[in-house]
Design a protein around this ligand. Structure first.
Ligand code: ADP
Ligand code: MG
Length: 249
């Protein structure tokens, strides 16, 4: 059982306050969804959990399994089992997909063996309807939006994290790929009994990934939490219907 605990988190970039007095606890075998208007800090939150040094934590703590991780580097957090599928995955010239995956997985696995790894990668590419030749291309360079997202989820399968942060994993996916990716995430969730924090704007992905908790984020913190029914309420009323005063309803 793993727990991510975010307490009174405040985050700035270039002196601009983005996240303010943010609190959230996520346990294994829980799926949390965060929804909210553009530009309110959802991606920032995922990047801060993953340890992106561009952002400055001015107050508060992030704990994983009872240990404060505020000052850990991204790779140290990854080795604890935290994984982020980014909203806009980076393109990296000069590093092939295969080399990138091998570097990440071999650092995490104690008894890393190349042949079973290559076999697993090839099988995953086939399962995700991706051409296995793509493993020899530079990481994400020239990949379509949907291919980048599938590539992120393939990385997740290989790294076997215990906490998955999925930032708009549905963007760029066609309907068939959305179903495939949604079902693969659920398959992983059920098998590994991990925790999921999902950021999305749309109901569609939630046809496959059923949240236990839905949170609305505005003005840098969670202003309302509820169950799955909150998603339909947001779709019907829009975010303007929710204000900070809803918090203590
Ligand atoms: P969301 O994911 O909710 O749409 P973001 O977390 O991406 O929002 O961004 C929140 C705010 O922080 C935005 O106003 C954005 O422009 C700003 N921001 C995020 N990252 C940076 C950065 N690296 N440099 C400057 N401003 C940033
Ligand atoms: Mg975002």
């Amino acid at each position: 059982m793993h727990t991510l605990k975010i307490k009174d988190l405040n985050v700035e970039i270039d002196g601009k306050k983005i996240i303010q007095d943010f609190n959230l606890t996520i346990n294994s075998k829980e799926i949390h969804v965060i929804m909210g208007p553009n530009g309110i800090g959802k991606s920032t939150l995922t990047k801060v959990i993953m340890g992106d040094p561009s952002y400055k934590i001015t107050k508060g703590t992030i704990e994983y399994d009872g240990k404060k991780i505020n000052n850990l580097k991204t790779d140290e957090r990854a080795r604890l089992g935290i994984f982020l599928s980014m909203q806009n995955p980076s393109e990296i010239e000069g590093v092939t997909n295969a080399d990138f995956l091998k570097a990440a997985v071999s650092k995490k696995q104690e008894n890393f063996k190349l042949l079973p790894f290559v076999k697993e990668v090839n099988e995953l590419y086939k399962e995700f309807n991706m051409d296995t030749n793509m493993t020899n291309r530079p990481l994400n360079v020239g990949f379509s939006g949907g291919e980048k997202k599938k590539n992120e989820i393939i990385q997740m399968y290989l790294l076997k994290p215990s906490l998955i942060l999925l930032d708009e994993v549905d963007s760029g996916l066609d309907v068939d790929s959305l179903k495939l990716v949604g079902e693969k995430i659920m398959e992983y969730y059920q098998k590994e009994e991990c925790a999921i924090l999902l950021i999305t704007h749309y109901q569609r992905l939630l046809d496959y990934i059923k949240p236990d908790f839905v949170h609305i984020m505005k003005q840098g913190s969670i202003i309302k939490s509820g169950d799955n029914s909150l998603v339909a309420e947001v779709e019907k009323k829009g975010y303007n219907a929710f204000t900070k005063e809803d918090e203590n309803e």
